[in-house]
Write a protein that binds this ligand. Structure first.
Ligand SMILES: Nc1ncnc2c1ncn2[C@@H]1O[C@H](COP(=O)(O)OP(=O)(O)OP(=O)(O)O)[C@@H](O)[C@H]1O
Ligand SMILES: Cc1ncc(C[n+]2csc(CCO)c2C)c(N)n1
Length: 266
């Protein structure tokens, strides 16, 4: 069985290269959702080759990005953070925002006839169509995916499952989540300057009969996990490397640093 390597390099400045022995860095696409943008959004923006707003996510870029640069002119910031694409059912984007980005040359896709898939789903499908040759090293970063409405959060997690062969990372200021498909063993490189130590491993879709880990305070050894039984929450990463293998798909989540003033216990 092959090994998947995972590393949150996108949380580090662009000049910081991957550690020796790690695979070449990913090609990133960024999707911005209609939820408070993480304060590290400008860093994700810089790493990304393609930037999309899911419907009302464009309002967040318009309203909130200038607030991250309080000493600069809001219009200058809006002019320099122009999304490549806005796609969704367009029931949340404000007209002034749509007009502003349409004039800037952003491609607008109104998919209002599809009321069965979420705006995030529509954006991921667009990325896969428009970057077909990048699939093996493509990594889709989703900003504003967590915190807020629970139905939206579950819809966002469902996108991880619907596109399980694509690397997709859901992000908020507080944590990240991605899928560890059962088809591979997983090696997670932890950048302790920006992430951890709190983490979790959660079976998704079905119980996990056997999961084995190394590198955690509470490691699992051929352990069963299921809702109604054990799921691994409030675990702790011990060092720089975590390994996971399981007979079913798991969600991996790890806390992000930088919110110590809001969460004094982290
Ligand atoms: N509170 C939230 N928490 C997490 N994700 C969110 C939240 N609000 C929106 N999103 C994400 O942003 C995307 C775009 O949001 P938007 O508000 O435009 O969606 P929507 O389809 O109009 O929502 P709805 O009609 O259910 O209110 C959604 O598809 C979802 O992925
Ligand atoms: C069983 C079922 N539940 C909810 C929806 C509604 N829905 C799901 S995704 C979406 C688009 C949001 O932009 C909407 C309205 C549906 N179609 N089918």
């Amino acid at each position: 069985m092959g090994v998947f390597f995972h590393s949150s390099d996108f949380l580090l400045p662009s000049s910081t290269s991957s550690p020796a022995g790690h695979p070449p860095s990913s090609t990133y696409a960024l999707v911005l959702l209609n939820q408070s943008l993480p304060k590290f959004t400008p860093l994700l923006w810089k790493h990304a080759k393609l930037r999309l707003c899911a419907d009302g996510g464009a309002n967040r870029v318009f309203d909130e990005l200038p607030l991250l640069f309080p000493h600069q002119d809001a219009t200058d910031i809006r002019n320099s953070y122009k999304p490549d694409v806005i796609r969704g059912d367009m029931d949340s984007i404000r007209t002034e925002v749509l007009d502003f980005y349409a004039k800037q040359g952003t491609k607008i896709f109104d998919e209002s006839e599809d009321q069965d898939t979420t705006d995030l789903h529509k954006c991921v499908a667009y990325i896969l169509q428009s970057m077909p040759n990048q699939e093996s090293n493509l990594c889709i970063l989703v900003a504003g995916a967590l915190g807020g409405r629970f139905d939206h959060e579950m819809g966002n997690i469902n996108v991880l499952c619907r596109f399980s062969s694509t690397r997709i990372i859901l992000l908020s200021d507080d944590c990240l989540i991605h899928l560890l498909p059962r088809t591979h063993h997983h090696e997670i490189h932890v950048h302790s300057s920006v992430e951890g130590p709190h983490c979790g491993l959660i079976p998704i879709g079905m119980p996990s009969g056997r999961t084995t880990t190394t590198g955690l305070q509470w490691d699992l050894t051929d352990t069963e996990m299921k809702f109604g039984g054990l799921v691994s929450t409030s675990n702790i990463v011990k060092g720089e490397k975590v390994s996971v293998q399981s007979d079913s798909d798991l969600l991996w989540t790890i806390s992000l640093k930088g919110n110590e003033t809001r969460h004094s216990s982290t």
